[in-house]
Write a protein that binds this ligand. Structure first.
Ligand code: M1P
Length: 239
């Protein structure tokens, strides 16, 4: 039988958004991970992934694709990194969007420069869990982030924007998104089928590009999850 290699998004898939994995999930996943080949693929940087998943899980993975696949770590070493080339005037544009936003409450750390991507948040990455929840609710009503995605892509064709998690946008050069992870994993495991699980696999989400690549190119399956509880059910079915 052809080997199956799993790829997991982290926030909203293995853990609650921006929080550590729950005890219940770890109890299940620690034994699952010993019997399967898997990689992690997050919009976050390695530092944040390490806050959310314990070292034994990270060490059992084949590797960690951080920053939308723009940095890859294996055996505690960085294997590669790809850089983001922002167009002229891009940072100024983001700052002007921040000033003109109708959302009144700003917490600081609005443009986080990561390897191969920037993360932009109107409420700011210093938001507490409560502040994050409030912005997320407001954003769902106002459609602010989706409006920003359109504006950015119209003004700067050299930038791709997705409303990744709850409060921010992930920004990168076209193609330097999670879709690049499919090729990287297949290079390490030729002749395998991929099984991707993510919570933002629909258009506009930051798992969409990878999900689409797997489905369009018949590389395996892509499954949408609504959270870590459902991920456990999915893995019990896919096994
Ligand atoms: O992994 C999902 C997303 O998690 C965070 O999003 P937010 O803070 O908006 O909930 C960010 O780290 C983002 O880059 C990432 O894609």
């Amino acid at each position: 039988m052809t080997e199956k290699v799993y790829i997991f998004d982290v926030d909203g898939t293995l853990t609650p958004a921006r929080q550590p994995a729950t005890k219940e999930f770890l109890t299940f996943f620690e034994s699952w991970a010993k019997e399967h080949t898997f990689y992690l693929c997050s919009g976050s940087d390695l530092e944040k992934i390490e806050e959310q998943l314990p070292p034994d899980i990270l060490n059992l993975s084949g590797g960690i694709f951080a920053c939308m696949g723009n940095a890859f770590y294996k055996n505690n070493k960085k294997v590669y990194q790809r850089d983001f080339r922002p167009p002229l005037g891009f940072e100024g544009f983001l700052k002007s969007q921040l000033r003109s936003s109708d959302y009144p409450f700003k917490t600081g750390n609005h443009i986080e420069k990561r390897i191969g991507m920037w993360n932009f948040s109107i409420v700011g990455r210093n938001a507490t869990l409560q502040e994050r929840k409030e912005y997320h609710t407001w954003d769902k009503m106002s459609g602010e982030r989706l409006g920003l995605v359109k504006k950015i892509e119209q003004t700067f064709p050299g930038v791709s924007a997705v409303a990744g998690g709850e409060i921010s946008l992930d920004l990168n050069n076209p193609g330097q998104d999670k879709s690049q992870v499919a090729e990287e994993v297949l290079e390490l495991h030729p002749d395998t089928r991929l099984a991707f699980v993510g919570d933002r696999t629909r258009p506009g989400g930051n798992d969409y590009a990878l999900s689409k690549k797997i489905v369009d190119n018949r590389l395996g399956v892509s499954v949408q999850t609504e959270g870590w509880e459902e991920t456990i059910n999915i893995l019990n079915i896919l096994a």
